[in-house]
Ligand binder design. Structure first.
Ligand code: 2HA
Ligand code: ZN
Length: 276
C-alpha cells in the first residue's frame, strides 16, 4: 500500500486542511497526531524508510512503547500539508521504553516532529489507557474565539464548561464531561504536557489560556467535530458578550438536567451551579 494513498493518511491530510480553512492555523500554528492501528502499520511496513537514529522525546511514555504515530512537522505550515504532505508530516516509531522516537517516513526535506510532541504523546498515553485504546487522534489548534474567551472568563473548568454549554443545546451532548482549562504556560515542553495530560484523564478538551485548544478523539471526524463545536460555541458567546454583559434568557440548570434525562447523559452537577 502506498503510504500517501492509505486511508489514515488521507484522513489526516483532510483534517489538517479543514482546520486551516477554519482559520485556526496561521503560519506554523497548531499540530496533529494519529496513533496507527496495528493493521495500518503492517500495511505500510514494506514502504517505511530504514530506521535512522533514536531521538529523545523529552518525556517518558511507556504506555506507548513500540507504537507508530503520524504527526505534523515542527515549523511546518498546515496550509502546505495538502500541497506537499511528504514535506510537512512524518510517521514516527517509539522505542520499547517510550523515551525515544525515530522517523520512518516523511519530512523528506528534513525536520523534526511537532514542537508539542511531549504534549501529544502524554495525551495519547492517558487516552489510550482511559478509553481502552479507542482514542487515536490528538489535535492542537489556535482557535480564535476560544482564545479570546481566555481573556474575559475566569480560567476554571466549571465556568468555561457552563458558559460553552449554554451557547448551544448540542454542546452538553457533544462534550458531556466538560472542558478543562489551564492558565498561561510556556508551550512546547514537558511541564505543559504534564498539566494537559492531567486534564485528559477526565476531559476530551483542554484549553490553553491565550494560546489554543487540545482535543482528543477516536477518529478524525469526531476529533475535528469536537474542536469545531467548542469553537463555534465560543464564537456565539463572544457575540453575546459583545452585545450585552447580561443574557436576557439562557438554558437553565434544570433544562440541562432534563436534557441529560432525554439523551441519557451524565452531566456533572458541579457544572450546574446556581448563578447570582
Ligand atoms: O507552532 O502551535 O504550540 C506550533 C504550535 C505550538
Ligand atoms: Zn500552539
Amino acid at each position: 500500500m502506498r503510504i500517501l494513498e492509505s486511508k489514515f493518511v488521507q484522513g489526516f491530510i483532510k483534517m489538517a486542511d479543514d482546520g486551516f480553512m477554519q482559520g485556526w492555523h496561521e503560519r506554523n500554528g497548531g499540530n496533529l497526531s494519529y496513533r496507527l492501528k496495528p493493521e495500518e502499520v503492517e500495511s505500510i511496513k514494506p514502504r517505511l524508510n530504514s530506521p535512522g537514529n533514536w531521538t529523545p522525546i523529552g518525556t517518558s511514555v511507556p504506555g506507548l512503547s513500540g507504537e507508530y504515530f503520524l504527526v505534523t512537522g515542527s515549523g511546518k505550515y498546515f496550509r502546505n500539508i495538502k500541497v506537499d504532505p511528504e514535506v510537512c508530516i512524518a510517521i514516527i516509531e517509539l522505542d520499547e521504553k517510550g523515551e525515544n522516537y525515530r522517523i520512518r517516513w516523511g519530512l523528506v526535506e528534513g525536520g523534526v516532529p511537532t514542537s508539542e510532541l511531549p504534549s501529544h504523546l502524554m495525551n495519547h498515553e492517558v487516552k489510550k489507557r482511559v478509553t481502552d485504546g479507542k482514542h487515536r487522534v490528538i489535535y492542537h489548534a489556535h482557535t480564535t474565539n476560544t482564545i479570546a474567551l481566555t481573556f474575559v472568563l475566569p480560567l476554571n473548568d466549571e465556568v468555561f464548561t457552563r458558559e460553552l454549554w449554554e451557547m448551544a443545546t448540542e454542546c452538553p451532548v457533544v462534550f458531556p464531561e466538560g472542558v478543562g482549562v489551564i492558565g498561561w504556560m510556556v508551550p512546547g515542553g514537558r511541564d505543559i504536557a504534564i498539566e494537559t495530560s492531567k486534564l485528559m484523564e477526565r476531559y476530551n478538551v483542554a484549553i490553553w489560556a491565550h494560546h489554543g485548544m487540545f482535543c482528543s478523539g477516536e477518529d478524525f471526524d469526531l476529533t475535528f467535530g469536537l474542536m469545531h463545536t467548542v469553537e463555534k460555541s465560543a464564537e456565539i458567546l463572544l457575540k453575546v458578550l459583545s452585545v450585552t454583559p447580561h443574557k436576557l434568557q439562557t438554558i437553565q440548570p434544570q433544562n440541562f438536567r432534563d436534557l441529560a434525562d432525554g439523551f441519557r447523559l451524565k452531566l456533572p452537577e458541579r457544572f450546574l451551579y446556581e448563578k447570582e
